[in-house]
Design a protein around this ligand. Structure first.
Ligand code: SME
Length: 190
């Protein structure tokens, strides 16, 4: 390669790399890596949950360990636990956090609405949710994820946070995957 060709190639290389790392791209890279934080955390939690459930057949013990895993691994969470469907109301199950109300009728509070509508509900600000049931004055946002055994509603997983807007679609996706793993394990034991 002649020195001139080498010089030209190096100039081309420089141009390409300059083009590649524009301010915009750098920003996008940072944004992408930030967006991966929650999916990675939830993927790791799936591994930990599977390890906690392995060889254990007690439903209450498994639900208790699941809630402790969430409470201790997810940042800015002040309550994590279950309400199980009994008749036409939800009854408190294993949880971590302050003592909570024991019974929630279907359609009442965030939990009761999620159970009635059979869908995940994200509440960025609980003080703006009509009928929100306040169990802990520290709670400002909430996510409730229904648990299904096939089509049948088993109950809900509820998480509270003192931070407004703490939960987003990535939390909804990650928590739905975790409850699916949890229920699938329990079904496998029957
Ligand atoms: N806030 C819930 C009640 C349960 S506690 O948050 C633990 C609700 O409105 O259904």
């Amino acid at each position: 390669m002649s020195p001139q060709t080498a010089k030209k190639k190096s100039a081309q290389k420089k141009t390409v790399s300059q083009k590649t790392v524009t301010k915009k791209t750098r920003k996008r890279r940072v944004a992408t890596s930030t967006n991966n934080v929650k999916p990675k955390l939830y993927a790791n939690l799936v591994v930990q949950l599977l390890s906690l459930l392995k060889d254990e057949h007690d439903f209450v013990a498994n639900a208790a360990n699941f809630s402790a895993l969430l409470f201790n691994s997810l940042p800015n969470v002040n309550w994590a636990g279950f309400y199980f469907l009994k008749g036409d109301e939800l009854v408190l199950g294993p949880f971590q956090g302050n003592p909570a109300c024991v019974r929630i009728p279907l359609g009442k509070g965030v939990c009761g609405v999620a159970a009635q509508q059979l869908e995940t509900i994200i509440v960025p600000n609980v003080h703006e949710f009509p009928g929100h049931i306040a169990c802990d004055v520290a709670s400002n946002s909430e996510i409730v994820v229904p648990l299904f055994d096939g089509e049948r509603l088993l109950g809900v997983l509820d998480l509270d946070s003192p931070t407004i807007g703490r939960f987003d679609d990535q939390d909804a996706e990650g928590l739905n995957e975790l409850v699916t793993v949890f229920v699938a394990h329990e079904e496998g034991l029957e």
